[in-house]
Design a protein around this ligand. Structure first.
Ligand code: SAH
Ligand code: SF4
Ligand code: F3S
Length: 474
C-alpha cells in the first residue's frame, strides 16, 4: 500500500525516511564488517537538470547511510537515473544494463537500481522483470523521496523491489542532498508539466504541475548560500506558470524578486521558459533584479505557425518574435538560446524554411537541435504523416550549420570587453588555466589557480575561439 494512502503529512513522511536512513546505516555497517571494506556507489544521470538535481538527492542518501562514491559503475550500489524524452535516451540505458549484466556475474552482490522518467513509461517495468533479471530495484519519479526506505528493503531482499506510482500530489521537503558543485546548484521550484505539447512524453512520466511553496524555495536557497553557493538555477518544465496553483498564488516574476533579495547570492538563472506564459512582468523583473543573469532559454520548437499549432504550443511566430524584441529592449545584450525540433510529423520544406527564418531573425547565442522522436502515448505518435528519415537528416544538418554559424558570430561580439566570470574549475587540458562562465553562459579560460573556484572575477575577453573565450584577469 502507498504510504500517502495512510495519510502521512509530508513532514511525517520526511521523518519516517530519516528513520529508514538509520536502519539502512546499520545494514551497511554490517555488510562493511563482513567484507572488511567500505561499500561503494555510483549514480549515472541521463536527461535534464531536474534529473541531475534528483540524483543529488540519491547521492545525499547513499552517502548518509555509509556508502562512498566510486569513480565508475564498478560499485556495490549502481543507480541509473533515466530519461525517456527521446528514444535514444532509452536505448542508452538498455545498452548500459547489458554491460552491467556481465559485471554482476562476477560481482553477484552488486545492487542495481533504476529510477527516473523511463520507469514511468508503459511497458518498461514489465520488460525489466522479464529480460533484465539482474536488476534489484525499480522506482519512479513520484516516490524518489522514499529512496531511503526502498534502499533498506533492497538491502534485505533477494528478489526485485518495484515501486512505481502513477501520480503524487505531495512534495516532501528536507531530505539530504549532496551537490555536484560546491558553488552552484539547481533548485526545483516546481515539478511536473500540464502543457501536453503533442510530441512530448514528459507530462506522462512526471505527472501534473506542482509548485513548491515560496518559503521552502527561499529557505533552501538561503541554506545553499550559507554553504558556499553563489549561483542558483531555478528549475521547472515551465517556470513561467510557477505558483498558479498554490494556496496563495505567486507569479514567477515575484518569486525572482524574492530570490534576488537573498544576501550573498550572486547569480540567478532559470529554466525552462515557455513562450506562451512569459509575461511582461517577468521581463520587467529581469530588468530590475541585478542578480538575474542576462540569459533567456526560450524554446522555439518550430518557426512554422501551422506546426506550432499541431504541436499544441499556444504561440505563433509573431508572438515569439515579439517576446524576443521586448527582452532585448529591456535587457540589452541578453543572450537568447533555444530548443528546436526537426521533422515533426507533416513538417514540409516550407515549414522548415520558416524555422530557419526565425533562427536567422533572432540570432540565437546557442540552440539545441533535436530530431523528432516518436514517443508512444503522445498525440504526435498517432499522426500518420511521419517525415522520412533522410529528409529529416538533411534538414537537421542544414539547421545545425545555420545555428553554429550564427552563434559563433554572436559570441564574437564581446571580444575585447571586460566581463565578470564565475570560475567553475581547473581547465581540463591545461592546469595553469581556470575555466569559468560569463553571465550569458559562455565559457572563458584564463590563467588562475584552484582557490579561485566559486568566485567571480573581472576578465578581459582577449580572444573568441568560436564557442569559448581565452581571457586574462583584468
Ligand atoms: N519543458 C521544456 C522542455 C523539456 S524537454 C519546454 O517546454 O521547453 C527538452 C527539449 O526536448 C524540448 O524543448 C524539445 O525541444 C525536445 N523534445 C521533447 N520531446 C521531444 C521529442 N519527442 N522528439 C524530439 N525532441 C523532443
Ligand atoms: Fe514537454 Fe511541452 Fe511540458 Fe516542455 S512544456 S515538458 S515540451 S509538454
Ligand atoms: Fe528526460 Fe525526464 Fe528530464 S524525460 S528530459 S529526464 S523530465
Amino acid at each position: 500500500m502507498r504510504d500517502f494512502e495512510l495519510n502521512l503529512t509530508p513532514e511525517e513522511e520526511s521523518l519516517k525516511q530519516y528513520k529508514y536512513m538509520e536502519k539502512a546505516k546499520l545494514l551497511v555497517a554490517e555488510k562493511e564488517k563482513e567484507l572488511g571494506r567500505k561499500l561503494t556507489f555510483h549514480v549515472t544521470t541521463f536527461g535534464c537538470q531536474m534529473n541531475a538535481r534528483d540524483s543529488e538527492k540519491l547521492v545525499g542518501i547513499l552517502s548518509e547511510i555509509g556508502y562512498v562514491e566510486a569513480e565508475d559503475e564498478r560499485a556495490d550500489f549502481v543507480i541509473y537515473n533515466t530519461c525517456t524524452v527521446r528514444e535514444n535516451a532509452d536505448n542508452k540505458v538498455w545498452g548500459r544494463l547489458g554491460y552491467l549484466k556481465s559485471y554482476k556475474k562476477q560481482n553477484p552482490e552488486t545492487i542495481i537500481g533504476l529510477c527516473g522518467c523511463m520507469m514511468q513509461e508503459q511497458g518498461v517495468v514489465e520488460k525489466i522483470e522479464k529480460e533484465y533479471k539482474h536488476v534489484n530495484l525499480v522506482f519512479g519519479t513520484h516516490n524518489i523521496y522514499k529512496f531511503a526506505e526502498l534502499a533498506c528493503k533492497t538491502l534485505q531482499s533477494k528478489g526485485l523491489v518495484v515501486d512505481v506510482w502513477k501520480e503524487n500530489d505531495k512534495i516532501v521537503e528536507d531530505l539530504p542532498m549532496k551537490r555536484k558543485f560546491s558553488f552552484k546548484s539547481g533548485v526545483n521550484i516546481m515539478f511536473g508539466c500540464d502543457n501536453f505539447c503533442s510530441y512530448c512524453i514528459v507530462p506522462y512520466v512526471r505527472g501534473r504541475e506542482k509548485s513548491r511553496e515560496p518559503k521552502d524555495i527561499i529557505r533552501e536557497i538561503e541554506r545553499l548560500v550559507a554553504d558556499g553557493v553563489c549561483e542558483v538555477m531555478l528549475l521547472g518544465q515551465n517556470v513561467n506558470s510557477y505558483g498558479k496553483n498554490l494556496e496563495h498564488p505567486m507569479s514567477f516574476a515575484d518569486l525572482l524578486r524574492e530570490v534576488n533579495k537573498i544576501e550573498g547570492l550572486e547569480r540567478i538563472r532559470f529554466m525552462t521558459s515557455h513562450p506562451k506564459d512569459l509575461s511582461d512582468d517577468l521581463i520587467l523583473a529581469m530588468k530590475e533584479c541585478d542578480k538575474v543573469c542576462g540569459h533567456m532559454h526560450l524554446p522555439l520548437q518550430s518557426g512554422s505557425d501551422r506546426i506550432l499549432e499541431i504541436m499544441n504550443r499556444h504561440y505563433d511566430k509573431a508572438k515569439y518574435l515579439d517576446i524576443v524584441r521586448k527582452l532585448r529592449e529591456a535587457v540589452p545584450d541578453i543572450a537568447i538560446t533555444t530548443d528546436i525540433i526537426v521533422g515533426f510529423p507533416g513538417e514540409t520544406e516550407e515549414d522548415f524554411q520558416e524555422t530557419l527564418n526565425v533562427v536567422k531573425e533572432v540570432g540565437y547565442d546557442s540552440a539545441f537541435t533535436f530530431i523528432y522522436s516518436k514517443r508512444t502515448g503522445t498525440r504526435a505518435a498517432k499522426m500518420d504523416n511521419q517525415v522520412p528519415t533522410d529528409v529529416v537528416k538533411d534538414r537537421f544538418n542544414r539547421l545545425l550549420e545555420e545555428v553554429q554559424t550564427i552563434s559563433a558570430e554572436r559570441a564574437k561580439r564581446h571580444e575585447g570587453k571586460v566581463m565578470p566570470v564565475l570560475v567553475e574549475g581547473i581547465n581540463e587540458h591545461d592546469n595553469s588555466l581556470v575555466t569559468g562562465r560569463l553571465e550569458n553562459n559562455l565559457v572563458v579560460h584564463f590563467k588562475g589557480t584552484e582557490d579561485m573556484i566559486g568566485k567571480i572575477y573581472n576578465v578581459k575577453l582577449s580572444e573568441c575561439k568560436g564557442f569559448y573565450y581565452l581571457g586574462e584577469l583584468a
